[in-house]
Design a protein around this ligand. Structure first.
Ligand SMILES: Nc1nc2c(ncn2[C@@H]2O[C@H](COP(=O)(O)OP(=O)(O)OP(=O)(O)O)[C@@H](O)[C@H]2O)c(=O)[nH]1
Length: 566
């Protein structure tokens, strides 16, 4: 289907409108999606920072608890004195103190007082196991002198605290916490003389600690703890936790490549790093605690799935989608209306131009001040000029018709028109069973007038003959000049041999009169032949031939009569 100007204009404007709406919607959506992502990134970074600070504060609180117990006089006494009675009571009381501590801190799963002597034997030990807290019997106490936290803590001065790297707890006795990431927070127990007698150790269940700290975080966030190499120590997917211990790799750099920046930094500096992947956002914070003797700073991370982050943007996308569709429909409607309104004057002018040939004059928007107005006025001008030219053409045509149908010299109808009329008259006569008469006239001695007095005289004679003949017959009759000095009269209506004879004698009488020309009386005469329908013929040709034949015979008779007396 070929589109007209209105259709094409409408399609172009609708396309532009829909494209504009679509692009506006698209960029609006992209921009708001970016804003949503940026806001989520900031929220996540803030939450991770807060969490890391809370962890740091939590660690310091653990350190304060360990110091409190390490610096309690009973701890050093217990390690210095040897009297069984005192020891028994002191162990009992310290155990009760440890139990109290574990009961008030659900994340502590073990508290011990370890002797610097005797291969680091445990003097008092309380475990959390199966949801209960209980002291460990003397027979079950173990030697821990070989452990890193005992050795490191023994090297520290009074008041200092050692924090071990994160390990999977494998301590026998704390069965419920086995396999969980944990740390040991240890402080030296120093007597009044400044001699280090042992170590106070609290084992902390990190997952429990983190879960507590993360309780206030918004829902839908996943929590991570990494070691200095980026390996997962805490991860929602338990198969990734301490994977390196099973000879597997589960490293945050693989999931969030930006974390590599954080791992390269110096350990003394707190740093944070955001990271975005195809499926989610994440923020990581390395939070060293310089006050504590910590082997490796924690790297804490939070992540949120992109679907969850973009839930708000999806809603916005739906709204923008509806707005775009609505605006597009409006644009299409507007385009159709505008295209129609803009091309309306053009169509009006087009109709008017088409109507010029049909002679219609349609109203045009000539009053407009724009290009359509100029065009309309030009068309009106053109209409006027074409009208005038058509008028002139019609007049010329009439003139030509007249020339084609009449004899130029006499003004009588010519042979062609006469034959038409004769044929028409015959049809009528046949239908109404009427008769029809024909007189064939040929001038006598005309050549001699031409020869003796010139062509102008001959013309004047022919014109006089025409006038005389038309003045003689009735209005319904037709006088024609067939050519040269031959004339013919069609006598229509009620006619018979008698009446035709009467007309013939009248014609003979007027044509026998001389014609005045240049002061001379030019002698004239005519031979006339008659023919009657249907008596002498039924077709135009037959009738004319019959009249011509009669005229010829009449001329012979006149010639004989003229020659006779001489
Ligand atoms: N002036 C003039 N002469 C014409 C015109 N048409 C034909 N003629 C002349 O008319 C003459 C007709 O010749 P003819 O028919 O022999 O004339 P005629 O002397 O009457 O002879 P008949 O018919 O035998 O009686 C010719 O000399 C033509 O040249 C015309 O329009 N004007």
């Amino acid at each position: 289907m070929k589109l007209g100007l209105t259709g094409r204009l409408g399609v172009v404007m609708a396309f532009v409108g829909v494209l504009a709406a679509g692009l506006t919607g698209y960029y609006g959506y992209v921009h708001s999606r970016r804003l949503v992502l940026e806001a989520a990134e900031q929220r996540l970074a803030t939450a991770t920072r807060v969490l890391a600070r809370q962890v740091s504060v939590g660690l310091k609180a653990v350190a304060a608890d360990v110091l409190l117990m390490a610096e309690h006089p009973v701890a050093a006494q217990l390690l210095m004195r040897t009297e069984p009675q005192y020891l028994e009571r002191a162990q009992l009381n310290t155990g009760l103190l440890f139990e109290r501590m574990l009961l008030t801190h659900p994340e502590y799963f073990q508290m011990r007082l370890i002797d610097a002597q005797s291969h680091g034997v445990e003097r008092v030990r309380v475990d959390r196991s199966g949801g209960t807290v209980h002291g460990v019997a003397a027979d079950d106490l173990q030697e821990k002198g070989h452990t890193i936290y005992v050795r490191e803590a023994l090297r520290l001065p009074r008041g200092a605290v050692y924090v071990s790297p994160v390990v999977l707890n494998r301590d026998v006795g704390a069965a419920a916490e086995q396999g969980q990431p944990s740390i040991q927070v240890a402080a030296p127990v120093v007597d009044v003389r400044g001699v280090t007698r042992g170590v106070m150790v609290v084992s902390v269940d990190l997952k429990g600690l983190f879960t507590q700290l993360a309780a206030d975080l918004p829902r839908g966030l996943d929590l991570y703890l990494l070691n200095g190499a980026g390996d997962y120590l805490i991860h929602p997917d338990t198969t990734k936790v301490f994977a390196f211990e099973r000879g597997q790799r589960a490293n945050a750099v693989d999931d969030y490549p930006d974390v590599a920046n954080l791992l390269r930094e110096g350990a003394a500096q707190a740093r944070e790093q955001g990271s975005q992947t195809a499926t989610g956002l994440a923020a990581f914070v390395r939070q060293p605690t310089p006050e504590l003797h910590q082997d490796a700073p924690f790297i804490i991370g939070l992540s949120q799935s992109l679907d969850e982050v973009l839930e708000q943007a999806q809603h916005l996308r739906d709204v923008i989608g509806r707005v775009v569709i609505g605006f597009s429909l409006f644009a299409v409607l507007l385009a159709v209306m505008l295209a129609r309104a803009w091309t309306q004057p053009l169509k009006q002018i087009l109709r008017a131009v088409r109507g010029v040939t049909a002679g219609n004059t349609l109203a045009l928007p000539t009053g407009r001040r724009d290009e359509f107005g100029v065009l309309a006025r030009a068309v009106v001008d053109m209409q006027r000029q074409i009208g005038a030219q058509m008028e002139a053409l019609r007049a010329k045509q009439d003139e030509l018709n007249l020339l084609a149908s009449s004899d130029a010299l006499t003004g009588l109808v010519n042979r062609r028109v006469f034959m038409d009329r004769l044929e028409h008259a015959l049809v009528q006569a046949r239908r109404h069973h009427q008769a029809l008469g024909l007189l064939f006239i040929d001038l006598d001695g005309f050549k001699a007038i031409n020869d003796q007095h010139g062509h102008a005289a001959g013309d004047a004679v022919l014109q006089t003959v025409a006038r005389r003949l038309t003045g003689l017959v009735r209005e319904a009759d037709t006088v024609a000049r067939l050519g040269g000095d031959e004339f013919v009269i069609l006598v229509d209506g009620e006619v018979d041999g008698m009446s035709l004879e009467l007309v013939q004698s009248k014609v003979q009488a007027v044509l026998d009169q001389p014609v005045a020309f240049a002061g001379l009386d030019l002698p004239l005469g005519a031979s006339i032949g008659e023919a009657l329908y249907p008596l002498n013929g039924e077709s135009p040709g037959d009738l004319l031939a019959a009249a011509d034949g009669a005229m010829y015979r009449a001329k012979q008779v006149r010639k004989t009569q003229t020659a006779g007396p001489a």
